[in-house]
Design a protein around this ligand. Structure first.
Ligand code: NAD
Length: 272
């Protein structure tokens, strides 16, 4: 399996990244551990308040900046307040870099969706991001973005795990050549005790987390599991040396319950 996915603009994105939501004070060490374990992709956001630690770890690792893929995200308040550009500048400053690899609209803020997308397009056309995309977009949100867009989003980052396989949305995005990226790919740790996954873990001599991540990769998702524990960071990256057969892929597919652990994109504005 290729470790990179080619996005719709030709940019190569590592299909495994480290998520750092709520990694707090442990962020810097987690990123250093991940880079040492071979990760070349970090998923942060202005909201996570750890862009500076991500940047510090990358510089300290000694790995050339261009070998590492950084995703960050524009927060909802900056869309609502019309401060998208200032927010982007702030993210660059916090990261200590002069470009971002992938910049995402964190949520489809209804009153500012098209306007925010146009600003991302502007930043993209200025060459300050290598790719732009969206997050938490249902088909209805994507249709709005597409109607206004001159640049097709490269990525849609959405909740996906064995209990929420997102097949209809994935098919829709595939048809538009929008790559799918799974947040909470381990269901925040809440799907690891599923008995079917446990049986597959035994069969393949792998851990439940590895079975889940491998299923997602074989389903063509980009995955960004989060951990601040070195051994788990390594474990979550050891997923390129085995393959689930088609019967076992079907078993994994059968676990879907359309169950969200996070917020539904149709209702997030009531919650934030
Ligand atoms: P996740 O599914 O990656 O689960 C992380 C949790 O699973 C950990 O806190 C730990 O408890 C457990 N875990 C991780 N590895 C394990 C292992 N090997 N064995 C046992 N337990 C393990 O959840 P997440 O952090 O919600 O999602 C991953 C990343 O996705 C985030 O860090 C963030 O970067 C991104 N994200 C994006 C959005 C968005 O709105 N775009 C929302 C949520 C998360």
């Amino acid at each position: 399996m290729d470790m990179y996915k080619t996005l719709n603009n030709g940019v190569k994105m590592p299909i495994l990244g480290l998520g750092v939501y709520k990694s707090g004070e442990d962020t810097k060490q987690a990123v250093l551990d991940a880079l040492e374990a071979g990760y070349r992709h970090i998923d942060t956001a202005a909201l996570y308040k750890n862009e500076a630690q991500v940047g510090e770890a990358i510089r300290e690792s000694g790995i050339p900046r261009e070998e590492i893929f950084i995703t960050t995200k524009l927060w909802n308040d900056d869309m609502k307040n019309g401060t998208q550009m200032e927010a982007f500048e702030r993210s660059l400053k916090n990261l200590g870099t002069d470009y971002v690899d992938l910049y995402l609209l964190h949520w489809p803020v209804s009153q500012a969706l098209e306007q925010s997308w146009k600003i991302l397009e502007q930043i993209y056309k200025e060459g300050r991001v290598r790719a732009i995309g969206v997050s938490n977009c249902h088909m209805s949100h994507l249709m709005r973005v597409m109607a206004a867009a001159t640049v097709v989003p490269a990525v849609n980052q959405v909740e996906c795990h064995p209990y929420l396989s997102q097949k209809p949305l994935r098919t829709f995005c595939n048809n538009l050549s929008i790559a799918m990226e799974a947040w909470s790919p381990l269901g925040r740790g809440r799907v690891l005790n599923d008995p079917v996954i446990g049986q597959l873990a035994q069969k393949y001599n792998k851990t439940p987390a590895q079975i889940i991540l491998r299923w997602e990769l074989q389903e063509n998702w980009i995955v960004i599991p989060k951990s601040v524990h070195r051994e788990r960071i390594i474990e979550n990256s050891s997923i390129f040396d085995f393959e689930l057969d088609s019967a076992d892929m079907a078993q994994m597919d059968g676990l879907n319950k359309d169950m969200r652990f996070g917020t539904d994109p149709d209702h997030f504005e009531n919650k934030q």
